[in-house]
Design a protein around this ligand. Structure first.
Ligand SMILES: Cc1cc2nc3c(=O)[nH]c(=O)nc-3n(C[C@H](O)[C@H](O)[C@H](O)COP(=O)(O)O)c2cc1C
Length: 340
């Protein structure tokens, strides 16, 4: 198929898919499969992203460990890292069997490890290579291939490089971009600082939507409430991706989010714990540890009476040998006792 044909097909696929109106960001060590199941208990609609998995890891590593997920997680997007078109294409071919709903390429991660492999945010400087990567991925993918990027890196001028980057990559067939609305400074800042220090530029992302109305443009970076997300959607953006706030205060950001799709699904936080129990029980029965799941649930009652007790009981007890659902009940009783 011609490049333009691929571009149109990519855009068509992306348009069919509206789960990205709200999504939870890919976060290494955080958004593992247990975390995603937990988030799914709060929103039936939002798109959930995996942690980044590198293409070489999929080619040479333990695939079930890297790629398995639970059916309940749908819609779920696999984020890949890499910069070799052949490796990425092969990773997509392999991952195809797992049934992800979207494949996303990481062009935003600034960590040293990622830079040394020439992928992540440093690829903002190499749009032609990104275009080759996504073209190779699209050729292997039955689902939309999307890109998560920054507005630029180091001394790049975002107003110039971002539209040029989007244009080049869209021509290769990508119809859907998630833009973390700040630069990555590749020298001198830690990954954490790179999520905090470079200033946010939402107007530039809004401008990209005006400039490329046919593309799906989602915004990311510093969004911490549903009201803020709604405001950005109302300004014409196609989607909002929430990272740290969804992890640290999931109830505030994810419970009630389904109203964005006209759904009334909004269980309260207690119900979410009860809904997690069968999943936790199955994990324990299969030899898993309680902490592997509950470590993602510590923020569930953030800002509510009893939040500290909940957090304390789980942090102190869940790593212990044999810790089970009774500990979860005990933690929940802290919240109920304080609320009563
Ligand atoms: C612990 C952590 C790990 C992250 N890992 C990834 C990753 O694997 N891939 C990626 O594209 N971004 C990663 N990010 C960046 C987030 O996806 C997101 O772009 C960033 O946190 C800004 O959004 P926020 O302000 O809503 O948190 C990570 C962020 C955090 C806090």
């Amino acid at each position: 198929m011609s490049i333009i044909g691929q571009a149109i097909e990519g855009v068509e696929k992306a348009k069919e898919y509206k789960a990205h109106r709200l999504s939870v960001a890919p976060m290494m060590d955080w958004t593992d499969r247990h975390c995603r199941v937990f988030h799914r208990m709060m929103t039936q609609r939002a798109m959930l992203y995996t942690e980044m998995v590198t293409a070489p890891a999929i080619l040479h590593g333990p695939r079930p460990k890297l790629l398995d997920f639970s059916a309940v997680e749908h819609p779920v997007a696999l984020q890949l890292g890499g910069s070799d078109p052949r490796d990425l294409a092969q990773a997509v071919r392999i991952a195809q069997g797992w049934g992800y709903d979207e494949i996303n390429l990481n062009v935003g991660c600034p960590s040293d490890r990622v830079q040394s492999g020439c992928f992540g945010a440093v690829l903002m400087e190499r749009p032609a290579l990104v275009a080759d990567c996504v073209a190779a991925m699209i050729a292997e993918s039955a689902v939309p291939v999307t890109v998560k990027c920054r507005i630029g890196v180091d001394d790049q001028i975002p107003e110039q490089v971002l539209p040029a980057f989007i244009e080049t990559v869209a021509k290769a067939g990508v119809g859907h971009f998630v833009i973390h609305a700040r630069k990555a400074w590749l020298q001198g800042l830690s990954p954490k600082e790179n999520r905090e220090i470079p200033p946010l530029d939402y107007p530039l992302v809004l401008e990209m939507k005006r400039r490329f109305p046919e593309l799906t443009i989602c915004i990311n970076g510093g969004i911490s409430t549903l009201a803020q997300a709604k405001q950005l959607l109302d300004q014409g953006l196609d989607g909002v991706m929430i990272g740290r706030a969804a992890y640290h205060d999931p109830a505030a950001t994810l419970i009630g989010a389904d109203a964005l799709w006209g759904s009334e699904y909004a269980p309260d936080a207690h119900q979410v714990v009860l809904d997690m129990k069968p999943y936790i029980a199955a994990h324990l029965a299969a030899g898993g540890r309680l902490h592997q799941i509950t470590r993602h649930m510590l923020g569930l009652f953030t800002g509510r009476p009893g939040a500290r007790g909940w957090r304390r009981v789980l942090s102190e007890g869940a790593t212990r040998e044999g810790a089970g659902l009774d500990l979860l009940d005990h933690a929940l009783s802290q919240v109920q006792a304080t609320a009563a």
